[in-house]
Design a protein around this ligand. Structure first.
Ligand SMILES: NC(=O)c1ccc[n+]([C@@H]2O[C@H](COP(=O)([O-])OP(=O)(O)OC[C@H]3O[C@@H](n4cnc5c(N)ncnc54)[C@H](OP(=O)(O)O)[C@@H]3O)[C@@H](O)[C@H]2O)c1
Length: 510
C-alpha cells in the first residue's frame, strides 16, 4: 500500500486511555509498515500540563507497552519521536487553539506537512462541541485557499439519541463538509468485519441462500467478561444499548443484511447500510420490555474477578437503572428479510469475551435422517468470529463412520492467523490510514448515525415508560433469564460456543 501524503495529526485528549493504548501504537505500526509519510508531525493536545519532552516519553512508554509488534524497533520510533509535539490547553480555549494553529503553521514551514491536517477527537463527548467550534472558527479565520485539507475523526459515541446526533451533525456541517468528517466505529476497521463483505459479495454460493427463504434467523453476540471498571461515570449515562448496540452491533447487522452495493465506494456502501437501518421495524413503546431485554450485573465473581455488583461500582449512582446487558429481537422489513428475526445480545461480566455472528439456516424440508437416528439432526450454522480466533466456521452434518446411520454436526473452520500466517492489523491502524487518504468507506456517515439512533430511541423511551428495573444477572453467566426467554419463546436457543458439537436444540423449521 502507498504511504499517505505529508500531513499533521492532532490528537485531542492526548493524555487519555485511548490515545495511549490504541492511537499512538497504531502510529508506530503504520510507520513500521511504511504507511506514514516522510513528512509527518504528531501533535498531542490536552489540558494536562506536559512538555514536548514529557509527552514524547509518555508516547514511547505507550508504544513499548501496547504496540502489536514487540519489541519495538528503536530506529523507527526515534524517527517518529522527533516529530512529536504537545500543546496544552482547554478544549474550548481560543488561546489554546491559537497556539495549536501556530504550531501547525510552523510544522508546515519546517517539516513540510503541506497544510494537511487530521484532527482526532479522542475526548469525552461533552468536549466535542467546544473543539469543533474552535476548529471551525480558526478554520474560518485562516482560510487556506485550497492549500491543504482538513479532516476530523470523531470518536464514539456520536450523540446519545437522535436529537443529540442531529445537533452534532448540524454543528459539524456549520463548519465542515460531510467529506471532511470521519465518524469512527472501530469495528469497521477489523479485518473480520471487512471480510463480511468479501465473503458475501466475492463468493457466489452465499447470495442464493442469503434471505429469509433459507435462513432461519441471525444471532449477533458481543460479550465482555469484565464490568464497567473505571468508566462507571460515563457508563451510567450510556448503557449497553447506546454503548454497543447502536454502533458496533448495528454495523455488524447492516453488513450481514445489506444489499450488494453498486460499487465498493463510500457512497454506495453507506447508502446500502442506511437502507437497512431505515427498514428495521420500529419497536412499539409497549413492546420494549418484551422484545428488548435489560439486565444489570449483580454481586459475584467471574473467573478471578470479584464484583460487588454494578450498583457498587465507582461513580455509579446506587439507584442507577442503566443496563449492563441488552438483548433484542429485531425485524428488517424488506423483501430479503421479511418476517425473519435478528437476535442481538451484549453485556458486561458475561461467560466469555467474544464478538460473533451466527447465521442459522433452516432445516431441510424433510427430516429424512431423523427417522433413522436417535438424536435430532441439527440445522447448519455459519459462524463468523469477529474476535477472538478471527475467522469462520461452517457447521454441517456428516455421517459418523460405522455400520449405523448416525449423523453428527461437524465444523469446517477457517482461522485468519493460520490461513494467512499473519497477524491482522489493529482496527485503528487501518482507520487512521484511510482518514489520511480521505477514504470514508469504513466510517459512519451522518445520516447513517441518525438512522441508527431512530431505531434506538423508541426502545429507550419504552424502557423509561415501563418504569421497570433491569433484571439482575450473575457475573460469569450469559445474562438474565428473560434474555433466554426472548429467543426460546420462538423455539430457538442462543448459540453457546463453537466446540464442534451442536448444542441440543430442536430445529425450528417454519
Ligand atoms: N478507551 C477506549 O477503549 C475507547 C473505546 C472506544 C471509544 N472510546 C471513546 O474515545 C474517547 C476517548 O476515550 P478515553 O478512554 O481516552 O477517554 P478518557 O481517558 O476519559 O479521556 C481522554 C482525555 O480527555 C480529557 N478529559 C477527560 N475527562 C474530561 C472532561 N470531563 N472534560 C474535559 N476533558 C476531559 C483528559 O485529558 P486532559 O485532562 O489532559 O485534558 C483525558 O486524558 C471517548 O469519546 C470514548 O468514548 C474510547
Amino acid at each position: 500500500m502507498p504511504s499517505a501524503s505529508p500531513c499533521a495529526l492532532v490528537i485531542f485528549g492526548a493524555s487519555g486511555d485511548l490515545a495511549k493504548r490504541k492511537l499512538i501504537p497504531a502510529i508506530y505500526e503504520m510507520a513500521r509498515e511504511k504507511l506514514l509519510p516522510d513528512s509527518f508531525v504528531l501533535v498531542g493536545y490536552a489540558r494536562s500540563p506536559l512538555t514536548d519532552q514529557q509527552y514524547r516519553q509518555e508516547c514511547r512508554e505507550a508504544v513499548q507497552k501496547f504496540a502489536r509488534t514487540q519489541p519495538i524497533d528503536p530506529e523507527i520510533w526515534n524517527r517518529i519521536e522527533k516529530n512529536i509535539g504537545y500543546v496544552q490547553g482547554d478544549y474550548g480555549s481560543n488561546d489554546g487553539h491559537d497556539r495549536l494553529c501556530a504550531y501547525l503553521d510552523k510544522a508546515d514551514r519546517e517539516k513540510g506537512t503541506a497544510g494537511d491536517r487530521l484532527y482526532y477527537l479522542s475526548t469525552p463527548p461533552n468536549t466535542f462541541e467546544p473543539i469543533i467550534r474552535n476548529l471551525g472558527e480558526h478554520h474560518k479565520k485562516q482560510p487556506r485557499d485550497g492549500k491543504g485539507w482538513t479532516r476530523i475523526i470523531i470518536e464514539k459515541p456520536f450523540g446519545r439519541d437522535l436529537a443529540s446526533a442531529r445537533s452534532l451533525n448540524a454543528l459539524l456541517h456549520e463548519y465542515f463538509a460531510e467529506e471532511q468528517v470521519f465518524r469512527i466505529d472501530h469495528y469497521l476497521g477489523k479485518e473480520t468485519v471487512q471480510n463480511l463483505m468479501v465473503m458475501r459479495f466475492a463468493n457466489s454460493i452465499f447470495e442464493p441462500l442469503w434471505s429469509y427463504k433459507y435462513i432461519d434467523h441471525v444471532q449477533i453476540t458481543v460479550s465482555e467478561t469484565l464490568g464497567v471498571g473505571t468508566r462507571g461515570g460515563y457508563y451510567a449515562q450510556s448503557g449497553a444499548l447506546r454503548d454497543m448496540v447502536q454502533n458496533h452491533m448495528f454495523q455488524l447487522m447492516a453488513l450481514v443484511a445489506m444489499e450488494p452495493p453498486a460499487a465498493l465506494d463510500a457512497v454506495s456502501i453507506r447508502d446500502e447500510k442506511v437502507k437497512v437501518f431505515k427498514s428495521i421495524r420500529p419497536m412499539r413503546a409497549d413492546h420494549a420490555d418484551q422484545f428488548a431485554i435489560r439486565g444489570q450485573y449483580g454481586p459475584g465473581q467471574a473467573g478471578d474477578v470479584k464484583t460487588g455488583g454494578y450498583l457498587k461500582e465507582k461513580d455509579v449512582p446506587p439507584d442507577s437503572k442503566t443496563e449492563t446487558f441488552a438483548a433484542l429481537r429485531l425485524f428488517i422489513d424488506n423483501w430479503r428479510w421479511s418476517g425473519m428475526p435478528f437476535y442481538l445480545r451484549t453485556g458486561k461480566f458475561l461467560t466469555e469475551k467474544l464478538s460473533e455472528i451466527v447465521v442459522r439456516f433452516r432445516s431441510p424440508p424433510l427430516a429424512l435422517f431423523q427417522k433413522q437416528c436417535d438424536a435430532p439432526v441439527y440445522p447448519n450454522d455459519l459462524i463468523i468470529r469477529v474476535q477472538p480466533d478471527e475467522g469462520m466456521s461452517w457447521r454441517l452434518n456428516a455421517k459418523v463412520p460405522g455400520g449405523q446411520m448416525t449423523v453428527k454436526s461437524v465444523a469446517l473452520d477457517f482461522f485468519y492467523k493460520t490461513a494467512f500466517n499473519i497477524e491482522p492489523p489493529e482496527a485503528y491502524e487501518r482507520l487512521i490510514y484511510d482518514a489520511m487518504l480521505g477514504d470514508q468507506t469504513l466510517f459512519i456517515r451522518g445520516d447513517e448515525a441518525e438512522a441508527a439512533w431512530s431505531v434506538i430511541d423508541p426502545i429507550e423511551q419504552g424502557w423509561i415508560a415501563s418504569q421497570r428495573t433491569p433484571e439482575p444477572y450473575a457475573p460469569g453467566s450469559w445474562g438474565p433469564k428473560r434474555a433466554m426467554d426472548l429467543i426460546e419463546m420462538d423455539g430457538r436457543r442462543w448459540f453457546q460456543g463453537n466446540n464442534g458439537d451442536a448444542e441440543p436444540i430442536v430445529a425450528c423449521s417454519l
